[in-house]
Design a protein around this ligand. Sequence first.
Ligand code: CA
Length: 237
Amino acid sequence: MTQKISVLIIEDEKSICDFMTKTLQSHDYKVTAVHNGKDGLAMLTSTLPDVVLLDLGLPDMDGMEIIKKTRKWSSIPIIVVSARTQEREKVMALDVGADDYITKPFGTYELLARIRTAIRHNNRLADDPIHANRPYNAGGLTIDFDKRLVIVDGNEVHLTRVEYKIVSLLAKNSGKVMTYDSLINQVWGPYADDNNRILRVNMANIRRKLENNPGEPKYIFTELGVGYRMLEDESLS
Ligand code: CA
């Protein structure tokens, strides 16, 4: 018998906690749920779950503290469960080491997709450093990292060096959101001007080159106030 994937839910809102627990159990996940930060940290170290769903507003602790403490010793995927109004918090959570976030209210499909993506990324980083460089493929877009080739529906697309760097970072993290700051840091370095204008200008050019309809992007999505998310690589398994 294969081992079930284990999920730790740290969430004090009972209705959301119950929804996530039932949904995940019915899809064959092993679920542990706790309702405050202290129990969360204890369960994290004692059960070593495959993935953590974390509410930031806990009764005894800021969820941000849990992310920081956990990142000192573990790369367990952490998905923040947040309210729609908490853009700044989402960004901070991602920047201190959360893997992704999901915004309340969310549906079953979205919850399951986020969990699968987070686990895949973590496995890929851990077991498969060679495959980290294999081509990206999704919905007609191919990126060959070794040859620095970008192909859309069979046609080569010419990107500037900066545009290519942005696209390849997003592709290597496909399915996951990348914050504006993390992109800017990785493309222009830590001393880059921290306004997002230059990134937005580049993104507009990238979309003009990659997307059939830049107003309704199919490959690179905007997560308002947070960053960008690229369509998940189909060859991830
Ligand atoms: Ca809460």
